[in-house]
Design a protein around this ligand. Structure first.
Ligand SMILES: Cc1ncc(COP(=O)(O)O)c(C=O)c1O
Length: 400
C-alpha cells in the first residue's frame, strides 16, 4: 500500500540531504569525511541577534502574529529594500515566511495553473523543479554550462517562452554556479520578459550579500523597474546572517500576489516563529559588520578553492562571483578507471568515488540539471577546505 498521492510521487527528497546523510553514516563508522555538500554558513549567528531573541521571549513575544509577519518586521524589510536596493515597497507588498524556501513555494503556489510552464536556467537550485512539479506545473529547463559562464542569454530565454509560460526563476548570485547577473544582463533578459505579459519573475536573491564582485549587487526590479509589478524578490536572513536554522525568509512583490501568498500561509503554517521574527528585525536593523567580515572570509576560501581545484587535471573551474560554492566541470574524469577496476560513467560515479576514495562529500551536477559537474561548498574553515582539496587531488591522481 502506498501512502503517497500521485503528486507526491513526482518529487524526490533533496539529493543534497541524501549525500550529507551518507557522509554522516561514514563518519558514524569512524571514517574521517570532510563534508563539502551542505549549503550553509559555518559561522554562528551574531550575538546581538541571539540576544534579541532572548529579549523577545522575556518580553512575551511568544504568541501568534499576523500569518505573513508582524508589522515591525515588515517595516524592517521595507527599510532594508530602500537602504540596500534602492527599492520602495510598503508593508502591503511584503510577506515573511519560514525561510526563503517557503516564500518560493508560496509564490509559485499562488500563481500557477496546472500545465503552466516555469522557465528555469540550469544549473538551478534543486528545490525549484520539485516545487513546480508538486504544484502541477511543467519545468522548462534551459541548460547553461560553464562555456557561457552559467548564464542564460536573452536568445535562450526567448526560445524557451511559449504561450503557457508563467514564471521565470532567476537566481543571482547562483547556487550552485556562483554566477552573478549584471544590471545590463538583467535588463537584456527583462526586455524579453516585457514582451510576454503573462510571464512573472521570481528573483531569488538569498545570496545577495555573499558577493565578491567590484560592481555592487543589483536587485532585478532595480535593474528592470518596468517589471516591478511582475516580479517577486525572494530573500532571507538565512545565508546573510548565518541564520539557516531560524527559518525566516521574506518576499517583496505586487500587492495581489503578496495577498494571495499570505492567504495560503494563513491556511497552512501560519506565522513564522515570533522569536525568529524578532531576531530578524535585529539582524536587518542592527550593525552589519558580520556581513562584511564573513564575506571577506568567504572570499579567501573562494580563492583557495578555485586555485586548488584548477590545479587538478580533468577539472574545469569557473571563478564564482557570489555564493559559497564552486561548480567544476569534471568531463575530464569521465571514462577514467578506479583502482578496483570501476569506470566513472557520470558525475554521480565521480561523487561516489570522491566520497569513498577521497573521503570528501560533494554533490553531483545532475542534481542541478547539468552534467558532468559537481558542487562543493566552501563554507568551512580554510584548513579543512585545503585538506579536502588535497584529498580530491589525491583521489583523482589515483585514477587511470
Ligand atoms: C538559491 C537558494 N534559494 C533559497 C534557499 C532557501 O533558503 P532558506 O534556508 O531561507 O529557506 C536556498 C537555500 O539553500 C538557496 O540556496
Amino acid at each position: 500500500m502506498t501512502f503517497e498521492a500521485q503528486r507526491v510521487q513526482l518529487i524526490q527528497p533533496s539529493p543534497i540531504i541524501v549525500i550529507s546523510q551518507m557522509a554522516q553514516k561514514l563518519r558514524a563508522e569512524g571514517v574521517d569525511v570532510i563534508d563539502l555538500s551542505v549549503g550553509e554558513p559555518d559561522f554562528d549567528t551574531p550575538p546581538h541577534i541571539v540576544e534579541a531573541a532572548y529579549a523577545a521571549m522575556r518580553a512575551g513575544k511568544t504568541r501568534y502574529t499576523a500569518p505573513d509577519g508582524m508589522p515591525e518586521l515588515k517595516d524592517a524589510i521595507v527599510a532594508k529594500f530602500r537602504r540596500e536596493n534602492g527599492l520602495a515597497y510598503d508593508r502591503s507588498e511584503i510577506s515573511a515566511a519560514n525561510g526563503g524556501k517557503q516564500v518560493l513555494f508560496n509564490a509559485l503556489f499562488a500563481a500557477i495553473e496546472p500545465g503552466d510552464e516555469v522557465i528555469v536556467p540550469a544549473p538551478y537550485w534543486v528545490s525549484y523543479i520539485d516545487m513546480v512539479l508538486l504544484l502541477g506545473g511543467k519545468p522548462v529547463i534551459v541548460p547553461c554550462g560553464v562555456e557561457t559562464g552559467f548564464k542564460m542569454t536573452p536568445e535562450m530565454l526567448e526560445a524557451a517562452i511559449t504561450p503557457k509560460s508563467r514564471w521565470l526563476i532567476l537566481n543571482s548570485p547562483s547556487n550552485p554556479s556562483g554566477c552573478v547577473y549584471s544590471r545590463a544582463e538583467q535588463q537584456a533578459l527583462g526586455a524579453v520578459v516585457g514582451r510576454s505579459p503573462r510571464l512573472l519573475v521570481i528573483s531569488d536573491e538569498v545570496y545577495e550579500h555573499v558577493h565578491y564582485g567590484t560592481e555592487p549587487f543589483v536587485s532585478f526590479p532595480a535593474a528592470c523597474p518596468n517589471l516591478r509589478e511582475r516580479t517577486v524578490i525572494v530573500n532571507a536572513v538565512s545565508k546573510t546572517y548565518a541564520m539557516t536554522g531560524w527559518r525566516l525568509g521574506y518576499a517583496a512583490g505586487p500587492r495581489g500576489l503578496i495577498k494571495a501568498m499570505g492567504k495560503l500561509q494563513s491556511q497552512s503554517s501560519s506565522n513564522p516563529s515570533s522569536i525568529s521574527q524578532m531576531a530578524a528585525i535585529a539582524a536587518l536593523n542592527g550593525p552589519q559588520d558580520f556581513v562584511r567580515t564573513s564575506v571577506a572570509e568567504y572570499a579567501k576560501r573562494r580563492d583557495i578553492a578555485v586555485a586548488g581545484l584548477s590545479a587538478i587535471p580533468g577539472l574545469e573551474v569557473a571563478r564564482p562571483e557570489g555564493a559559497f560554492y564552486v561548480f567544476p566541470k569534471c568531463a575530464g574524469l569521465i571514462g577514467k578507471r578506479t583502482s578496483d577496476g570501476k569506470t566513472l560513467a557520470n558525475d554521480t560515479d565521480v561523487v561516489a568515488y570522491l566520497l569513498t576514495e577521497g573521503r570528501v562529500a560533494a554533490v553531483q551536477g545532475v542534481a542541478y540539471g547539468v552534467e558532468p559537474y559537481f558542487r562543493i561548498s566552501f563554507a568551512l574553515s580554510q584548513a579543512d577546505l585545503s585538506r579536502a582539496i588535497d584529498r580530491i587531488g589525491a583521489a583523482v591522481a589515483n585514477l587511470d
